[in-house]
Write a protein that binds this ligand. Sequence first.
Ligand code: SF4
Ligand code: SF4
Length: 375
Amino acid sequence: MSTAKVYFTDMRTKVGESLLSKMERLIDKAGISQIDFKQKYTAIKIHFGEPGNLAFLRPNFAKVVVDKVKALGGMPFLTDCNTLYVGRRNNALVHMEAAFENGYSPLSTGCHNIIADGLKGTDDVEVPVAGGLFCKTARIGRAIMDADIVLSLTHFKGHEATGFGGALKNLGMGSGSRAGKMHMHNDGKCTVNQELCLGCQVCAKFCNQKAIGFGSNKKALIDNDKCVGCGRCIGVCNFHAIENNSGTSFHDLDCKIVEYVKAVVDGRPNFHINVVNQVSPYCDCHNESDAAVVPDIGIFASFDPAALDKACIDAVNQAPAVETSILGDKERTHKAETGHDHFADIHPGTHWQDQIEHAEKIGLGSGSYELLTLK
Ligand code: SF4
Ligand code: SF4
């Protein structure tokens, strides 16, 4: 696949110019105005952040994109689908409350929030996946499919099941309705290493599916019929006792996410922005956000979501670990086994390369990019 252009600006500002106006210059430079927005419904796919998490993107970043779309004649809305697990974003009512609580309102961003798959996560469209090897169709939130144009605005961070969470994860998993998320997640079942498990029961508190019980030896056991493969228990077990033994399962999850992205963007203008700040080790779906693992890096923009994510991965991997973070802990205790792949060091068993390689394989995007820096 050909080399894609990815535009980048760092987090530095000069007196008199805010990061937000630098971000506007970045998306202008990256060519957002090449899209004809006039009178077009424009879905801006975002993650409003699980309440309690403080690493999600500030609404101020969304306002820059909303204002730009409006200036170009478009009709923007911010959107996400409901979650599979029980939490504070699993139906449209609580999801909207969570968005407001985290500062996303028409007053702050200049546009409405629409929960794309409706009240109970059932309002979806079955979309063919051209060239899909894992999914013939994808179940996407209706409001996202009803839009004429799709943009993504993503907080780039780590992820316990996919290694990293970037534009591909935001667009793919995030645009899936509840049925779509089940479809993607179902292969990612976990098991408990009985030798490592100390029976502390923390995992059971975090499992919203009530899939974790305890045997007569007081060690955790996962009921595969209830488990939806969200991977949350892996992240909360301090003793590394919960594993996804099947590399193929996480591999399949990565590939399905990428195929869902293809369903979302195929045949429609699309453009993508990643903000690489507060790079937390886990997804913004967590109701907590552990300390950033690397220093803030900057903002990236591209028409190619795969190249965009690859540029962010490379930038994070080239950055030093924050000593006081989980990555710093792992480096100190020699558990950072690769010494250069921060994502694999934080989440052993994940393989971020799968998303990029599969995106190339199905013609979604490119793993090679030219990085153009804006001062
Ligand atoms: S959190 Fe880990 S150690 Fe504690 S019960 Fe669950 S699997 Fe066992
Ligand atoms: S992956 Fe873990 S937390 Fe998620 S549903 Fe299964 S057992 Fe529960």
